[in-house]
Design a protein around this ligand. Sequence first.
Ligand code: HEM
Length: 506
Amino acid sequence: MTVSLDAQAVALVLGLFGTVYLYQASKKKQGGLPLPPGPKRLPVIGNLLDMPKGREWLVYEEWGKKYNSDILHADVFGTHIVVVNSAKAANELFDKRSTIYSDRPTLRALTSILKLEWVLGFIPYGQHWRNVRKGFHMHFHPAATLNYHPIEIRATSRLLENLLEEPVKFMDHLRTMAGEIILGIAYGIDVKPRDDPFVDTAEKTLHSIALGATEGSIFDLLPALLHFPSWFPGVGFKKEAQKWIPYNIGMVEDPYRRAKELLAEGSPTESVVSVAINQLRPGEDEYMAKHVPANMYLAGADTTVSALGTFFLAMSLYPEAQRKAQAEIDAVIGNERLPDFSDQDSLPYVGALVKEVLRWRQVVPLAIPHRLTEDDVYEGMFLPAGSIVFGNSWAILHDESVFPDANSFKPEHFLDPSVKYPEAAFGFGRRICPGRFMARASVWIAVACMLATFEITKARDENGKEIEPRDEYTSGIVSYPVAFQCQVKPRSKAAEAVIKSSAPLA
Ligand code: HEM
């Protein structure tokens, strides 16, 4: 939770008048039990001034060390914030007590202001969430995701072809690839090789979510601000949001309309929309047919891009890991064809490298905040109902006792069979990412094929000197590597030939 300085000042003044009552109420009976440790609270504003201004997961990890606890507490104007920093506590709370840890906080900037109340990740726990999640699960359970392998292979082949043509634009090509997969599955739409309008609209919506999750969090601390005019200091986000709303609506409407047109034109391509529309009974509401695929499109595109961006960064910083993975591919597959899903079991180092990509730098480092719906007690500490609960995937996947030298990229972390899949990268309990099986497959095939065909190294300046890539990430729900350069070259003439021969027809 990050709050801008301007908003902090306004919150301070308003808070003094408006939230004393709330704060008093929040101090209600704890049965004599202490809250989890955390920074010292000031009267009324609590920890407002301690709250991180960005990359919160790192700050919360530090708090864990400072207060020697795997569970932490802060409060801002009486809103309790609980951070879960260990796999043990995450399992105990999010999994074993999932009935009371599966709700979401209101996230007013995202739902009320940006009109994103249809986003599954923001829907409160209850029947509506269950219905949408069920609609999702139908298409993304492990067996269903096998059907998407051909789309993933095709999009990966196009990615390789694009990398061959314009290697410096590797991030753009990753976006096209992820868009091609998810728009194909959800809508049966073929994206343009570059600058696709559907991919572009999704980018804008994702950007608005990043803004809403940071600049807009003030509206969750002080909901009364929602009713203030947008010229009021600290409330400017309401005005800023207006320019993003058309994209957020377009993201649902535009691809759905296009998919219906394709269906009317007799397109044979099956998609989530085509199945849903064909199953609609006369007069039945189109909500699910429209919003389930929109959720796929929103949640599925840029998460994959962030993970694969991390792959490029890791390969340029850790050439030894790249060499080992390539040696394995050369020995098992040779250089006359691309790796396929059927090769997964024979490429254990590549599999470990993919897991390390998801562990080393996370796509969603604090998951999406959960909300505790009843008072609870964990190891003698009181956790109040209504708390916003962050599962700190970052801290869990950088636990030195499980991943020694955790800040280094070492696929070897996963060669030890006792170390499990980095599941925390996909969140917790009943809200765990429903797209994870497909995400794992998309990332695996892209990584295996890129390793087979390209050498990724640090870029060089005009004097031939290596440029050190920035190992920096953005803040927000989804975190991306900040733009960096690297050199992407085909490994050999044979690799080039394989790319060209496997390229899909335009
Ligand atoms: C590498 C790729 C991905 C990563 C690392 C990832 C990670 C996550 C995480 C951490 C959460 C939050 C879980 C929680 O709150 O505890 C989440 C939620 C979600 N993810 Fe993913 N995700 C990825 C790809 C995908 C894909 C491809 C899809 C769909 C096609 C998807 C759909 C969703 C949805 C719908 C939610 C919200 C679930 C809910 O609130 O019930 N994700 N994801």
